[in-house]
Design a protein. Structure first.
Length: 366
């Protein structure tokens, strides 16, 4: 796809964290991350013609599966420091393994208060395969990060010429190039002839304080409820966890036999009720049987609303790290889950969310 030049003077920082996009064959044992961020950027055809100035940070060189909360928190801190020290930076790109993008991007979204976009990308096919998608995805991500109309939307995920909100995007296929989807709400935009075109905008941001380095990590489990579930996993959890997300059936249902276990857990730790279906919201007031959403929410479980179980776990982990109490968690899930007024978000909200072009650079907005 042709890229029309037109961003001279814009500046983007690319952080490399590894992933398939940076993998080459390490002997006969399959591919592993070896390429530097500078090598990745150098492999992108057409980048020079855009006029965008690109600087690189080699941050990690890992498969997506081995990234941690600490890695992403340190990344958020580094983005904050670099962009506030140098207000001439227009946007940030993060290159990483696609396996964990739906989680890391949402964590970055929660920890990034500035107006400039943080755009996460990767590749489904390593560089040596025919049809490798890394260079196209990286070029698209840089174009989105440099564009003056993509700000105030927090963290974005760009692959296969689609622009997704971090809070909505899911990896939906093991190997397809167009694996990233936003089943609730759709993409925020598309790349058309190499240029970002936004067709939707988020109405509000949900940003938490960045945790202090060395904050003790909470232990937050995600348990998927299954047909005939006898509660084996839930039975062994008390005493081991700081928080739990339950990926329940449909609009938020579990077998009646699990209700006493969840009731006990919810008295001790925050237990979040999400849906395992992959799209749509948990309900609040429809069903009345034992194990229904009404029953569970009445026992103190917190609704995840539209957040899928993986995102709900990221939010709960971040709230626990911030030392939030139960009312604060409930308020945060109400807003992030899309079922209460955004004005009830417990922390100051960054910036405006209108469609005006932002001023150049990463202006700190709270
Ligand atoms: N398949 C993954 C990727 O797309 C591997 C990883 O996440 O590191 O990058």
């Amino acid at each position: 796809m042709a890229v029309s030049p037109g961003m001279p003077g814009r500046r983007v920082i690319v952080y490399g964290l590894g992933g398939t996009i940076a993998m080459t064959a390490a002997g006969s044992d399959g591919v592993a991350p070896t390429l530097s961020t500078a090598q990745l950027v150098a492999s992108v055809p057409g980048l020079a013609a855009t006029g965008i100035g690109v600087e690189v940070e080699d941050f990690r060189r890992l498969p997506g599966a081995s990234l941690t909360f600490d890695d992403i928190t340190a990344l958020a801190q580094s983005v904050h420091e670099l962009t506030t020290a140098d207000p001439g930076i227009d946007g940030v790109v993060v290159v990483q393994g696609t396996d964990t993008i739906e989680e890391t991007a949402y964590l970055l979204d929660l920890l990034h208060p500035e107006a400039c976009p943080v755009v996460v990308t990767g590749a489904m096919r390593p560089p040596q395969l025919a049809g490798a998608d890394g260079p196209a995805n990286l070029l698209a991500a840089i174009a989105v990060a440099a564009n003056p109309h993509t700000g105030d939307q927090g963290c974005l995920v760009v692959l296969a010429d689609e622009i997704h909100a971090a809070r909505r995007v899911r990896k939906t296929h093991t190997s397809a190039g167009a694996t990233f989807r936003s089943p609730t709400g759709g993409p925020l935009g598309y790349l058309v002839e190499g240029q970002p075109r936004m067709v939707n905008r988020l109405t509000h941001r949900t940003v938490l304080p960045r945790p202090a380095a060395g904050s003790p990590p909470p232990r937050v489990a995600l348990v998927t409820i299954v047909l005939g579930d006898d509660g084996l996993l839930l039975e062994h959890l008390p005493g081991h966890l700081d928080g739990l997300v339950v990926a329940a059936f449909g609009v938020g249902h579990v077998p009646a036999a699990l209700v006493p276990l969840l009731d006990t857990l919810a008295r001790r730790i925050p237990v979040v009720l999400a849906s395992r279906t992959g799209a749509g919201s948990v309900a609040a007031a429809t069903y009345g049987f034992p194990g229904s959403e009404r029953d569970l929410l009445g026992r103190g479980l917190i609704s995840a609303g539209f957040l899928d179980p993986l995102k709900a776990r990221i939010l709960l982990h971040t709230l626990l790290t911030a030392g939030s109490d139960r009312p604060t968690m409930t308020a945060a899930f109400g807003v992030a889950g899309g079922y209460t007024d955004p004005a009830r978000w417990p922390w100051p909200r960054p910036g405006r969310t209108d469609s005006q072009p932002r001023s150049p650079g990463c202006v700190a907005t709270n």
